[in-house]
Design a protein. Sequence first.
Length: 219
Amino acid sequence: MAAAQGQRSDGAGEMDGAQGVVADTAPPPFRAAVDALREARLRPQVEIDPTRPPQRLAPFAYAVEAAVVEDDEDLADGRLVLLHDPAGHEAWKGTFRLVTLVRAELEPEMAADPLLPEVCWSWLTGALQARGLSCGEPSGTVTRAGSYYFGGLAERPPASQIEIRASWTPREGAGGVPDAGAHLAAWCDLLCQVAGLPPAGPVDGSVVTLPQRRGPRPS
């Protein structure tokens, strides 16, 4: 992945069909939204690349994958998908939908915090609100999982992971185009927060961050 700070978040040139090429025949609002994703300026710890979008979820789709990397260690990763149905979608209550997956490894004691799911969900809504973004029909899940190793793997320490899956309908602006770049930036704020990085802007004492997972990951 290529670092995105001070750079555009797109890949080099158009992608082939397996990588979600945006054809000239795609609706102008969708092409404008994809351009906004590609032009977003993100934090230096975020490495981002286009990836193959899911099939059959919507007539048009574009996807990126990202990782938060510090000191050559991946602290969190995720995927953001932009869906577009020009005819509108009853469940979305709009013509665009954003779908995301965010994952990070945690220390086991942090993963055991009973309030962790609610806190993680509040990070998503808070990241959108902090950038002045309004959205409709938000939904999602927060899942924590633990792994324990035995036998030939017994030397590995227990591992815990948090996973956020969510979707929301971005508000459409002029020409029916959402501010996709700002939504991507907010999503990257969430990714960094899950990774345990301090906020990029002024510090809010009410915001809780997760401790970073240090040391090499077991192979």
